[in-house]
Design a protein around this ligand. Sequence first.
Ligand SMILES: O=C1O[C@H](COP(=O)(O)O)[C@@H](O)[C@H](O)[C@H]1O
Length: 250
Amino acid sequence: MSSQRKCPFHATIAETEAKLVQSLCDVLQRCANRALESNGTFRVGLSGGSLVQLLTRALVSSNLNTKCWKFFFCDERYVPDDHNESTFWAYKTQMLTQLPNISDSQLIKPNTTISLDSCASEYAACIRDEFGTSCPEFDLLLLGMGPDGHTCSLFPEQPIALSESRRIVIPIRNSPKPPPERITFTLPLINNAKDVVFVVTGASKSDVVKRVFADKDKNFPSAWVEPTHGDLTLIADKDAGETFLNSAYQ
Ligand SMILES: O=C1O[C@H](COP(=O)(O)O)[C@@H](O)[C@H](O)[C@H]1O
């Protein structure tokens, strides 16, 4: 199952981790400059997993002024804030400790002390309030992708989540990847962003990178990410990008 992609698409397959980090810095600089010039705040959505360390490296190695940046969570695990599975906790302990200029208050996190349903709906309301619109437009979303093609907490085993058309953040139960309870951005919010960038590393993802970005195979949730008025970018290391590079995409 494949289809034509409607948005501009850019791909960088980096030879070294240093080059991958530099590509990420370039994206951050471009998107931050545009946002800061137009409205004085740069609003970026973060993913968890391998992105935490890569983004930390990018920000540590750059001279970017992050004072007017706000960080949101494209998905979050429904666990206490100081749990080792919490994406917020990963950023707080791994990124903020190395970047003292970024304060806790710049991380706009979901409240996981209330019920899972309330956590999702309250976070949606918080994002709508922040943007002052029912259709928020993030300046940049940084997404990861699992070897199964999941992104955010949108998993191939739960295709119903991909058809959500009204809510911008939904609860996820029985996630195939632990922990089982999560909240996640939905496609209407993801695809309304000005820039969406996948950062993907590791040989275990080589096949799925090709299936998603070259074949546009809609069996994988990541292939549903197609910004309606923004750009889609893939930044992969050479292990994750190898099959894609050798594919018909050339
Ligand atoms: O569970 C999750 O996994 C994806 C991918 O993580 P990675 O470590 O394979 O890069 C991540 O993007 C998502 O935010 C997270 O909740």
